[in-house]
Design a protein around this ligand. Sequence first.
Ligand code: AHR
Length: 510
Amino acid sequence: MRYLTLLLALMLSSQLFAQQPVLISVTEASDSPQISRHIYGHFAEHLGRCIYEGLYVGEENKTIPNTEGVRNDIIEALKELNIPNLRWPGGCFADTYHWKDGVGPKDERPTIVNRWWGGTTEDNSFGTHNFLNLCEVLGAEPYLSANVGSGTVQELIDWVQYTNHDGVSPMADWRRENGREAPWKVKYWGVGNETWGCGGNMTAEYYADIYRQYATFMPGWSGETEIYRIASGASEDDYHWTETLMKNVPYHLMEAVALHDYAVFDWSDKGPSVNFDDEIYFKSMEQALKMEEYVTKHIEIMDKYDPESKVALFVDEWGGWYDAEPEVKNGVLYQQNTIRDVMIAGTVLNTFNNHARRVKMANLAQMVNVLQAVILTDKEKMIKTPTYHVMHMYKVHQDAQLLPSKIEGNMEFRELPSISVSASRDKTGKVHISLVNIDPENEIPVELDVAGLDIKNIDGQILTSDKLQDHNSFDAPEKVTPKEFKGAKLKKGSISLAIPAHSLIVLQGK
Ligand code: AHR
């Protein structure tokens, strides 16, 4: 019996040793699209401690160094990410927000009750000027999400005039009175948010008509500023929504259609952000990987009506969403961020890169202290989450040319594909290949065929940790950080490496 067990163990281990590598080919294609840097966009909503007590500590704050009330440590961290755009003020909050209440002398501003998020009363001290000036400091394009649910067409066109008009006009004059001479030239404008839900509970048909009305009056104040009007889009697999917009809105009125998709497996019991078990991890990844299917199918519909890809797909809310941490005061949607989030971000960003022909923007929800945040704060302390490091490692793909990749013989973590990949060549000629192994237990050997790419040297970085639940905390802020990866061997146009369990690697080839 003992011999039999020994024999079985030997057979199993030799099977493991003989494990065939997953084959991935990465090729150059002259017609492949550029990966828009806007895929690496962010989102900041008036929600929990994202703006107040997070990003914004107020101009009067003497203990936390700030620029116009925005924390300097956050500004520095975001600059390192090269954040290309920032969406604000919501989310659901956007369809309750009246921008005129957030400009002019701060002590004269009315308050607003944040009806969607905890019923907190806000003093409107963070408004249009703070937000647009912050975007300038960051070198990021602002993306304003306008109020359709409880606003008016006039309110929106006044906002466009206020931010973009160079000449003499009532709103441009008011802007100058409020201390800003030059227009900010805001390009990206969302026409409502989740108008099928918190933005007004509209039908797709009704919203398509409303959208046409709003979109008609938006350009005209902007001189040379090109305006991108973004239609409030579908949730997950609501293909009827996308089809209705594509069918009913003339393309000269719409530059992009949005899509929202969160990795949530049960809206009534989302599970903990840290102390999750293997089953919850599997369910989270199952949801995260659905992004590939949703994006593919929404694009198929868009291709049917718009074969020349004039209208872009903007996934302007995405990320992992779990139960909020109970101990944090005013911590609405405040959650920790672990290696699971690294797996979600890496695989989803690979999907966006690979669909770069149509996906031109995406916004991770949300930037500070909310959902899959890149930054968490606790009074004067600030930490970068594991997701921050993914965004940092992947920034090499911003505005690089996509290199199409194909996987053969992928391994499976239960019924999910274990390995995910995307690749690009940047303007200096360097090749970057981002690889994710979501398998929680098994290292996977991979062979990359890069024969046509003329690579002479290879190096890389890896982001992983012993346990899936590992995370950065205010006491251990560097627990999960990228490390140099030396395990990739280049030989005769082929790169071989073994990707450790639950890890993300970005290779650089020169
Ligand atoms: O990001 C949190 C919320 O999720 C947003 O306010 C809303 O648009 C979505 O449902």
